[in-house]
Design a protein around this ligand. Structure first.
Ligand SMILES: [Zn+2]
Length: 223
């Protein structure tokens, strides 16, 4: 009973909580030479490729993240932490890893007619341990509806970021560009250097290589 209860109240580490707020746009500056920047920029504000990241407050008490979950939203810093270091998005511990690689849950693209999409699948969902992969599939309605697929990737390559593009407006504060809803989930590859100075990143994306489809239920039963 207690185990069931614990599962029903489990909130993944990367899930945004009520009360966590993005930093105001006025904190952001821009110049044609530098692109976007914060006037008081610190070492954690950019990733290793030099892309600027969205700032967002955190409701934390040490390691514990507090507050009501906002299920649809992901906290940029916590998503980045899990994706950069390949940690479980549920518990920030080591994800499940076998000879076939790290465990990820993917959702089959709506237009998929074969399994060609699996190799090279791009995801902003960090890997999972077995326990939290099971929780994710059991709990997320959209995963089930769209057909969740458990994958293992030997080489989950850093690919790029999702985020908001900004316009350089000279001496005025930079302004976010409205993106087409269809374009929202299209990550900007790190190699597209022309645009990387103008995106404020909010999620890190990996491209899964060396992919094998696995049976999650069987793996859990064996574990
Ligand atoms: Zn976990």
């Amino acid at each position: 009973m207690s185990r069931l209860k614990a599962r029903s109240t489990f909130v993944p580490y990367i899930t945004m909580r009520k009360g966590e707020e993005p930093a105001p746009v006025t904190m952001l500056s821009a110049s044609p030479a530098r692109g976007l920047y914060y006037a008081d920029e610190g070492p954690g504000d950019r990733d290793d490729r030099g892309v600027l990241w969205a700032r967002c407050s955190q409701n934390r008490d040490g390691n514990a993240v507090l507050g009501e979950p906002r299920w649809k939203d992901v906290h940029p810093a916590r998503q980045r932490e899990c994706m950069e270091a390949l940690l479980c998005q549920g518990c920030v511990q080591q994800p499940s890893k076998t000879d076939l690689g790290y465990l990820f849950i993917a959702t089959r693209p709506a237009d998929a007619t074969s399994t060609d999409w699996i190799e090279g699948y791009r995801t902003a969902q960090p890997p999972l341990c077995l326990v939290h992969a099971k929780t994710a599939v059991d709990r997320c309605g959209h995963l089930l509806k769209r057909g969740a697929v458990a994958l293992r990737s030997r080489v989950p390559r850093l690919y790029g970021v999702l985020g908001t593009y900004y316009l350089d407006r000279g001496l005025q504060p930079p302004e976010p560009i409205e993106t087409d809803p269809e374009e929202e989930d299209v990550p900007l590859p790190y190699k597209t250097r022309r645009y990387t100075p103008w995106i404020l990143a909010s999620q890190l994306v990996r491209e899964l290589r060396g992919v094998t489809v696995v049976n999650l239920e069987e793996e859990i039963a064996r574990a």
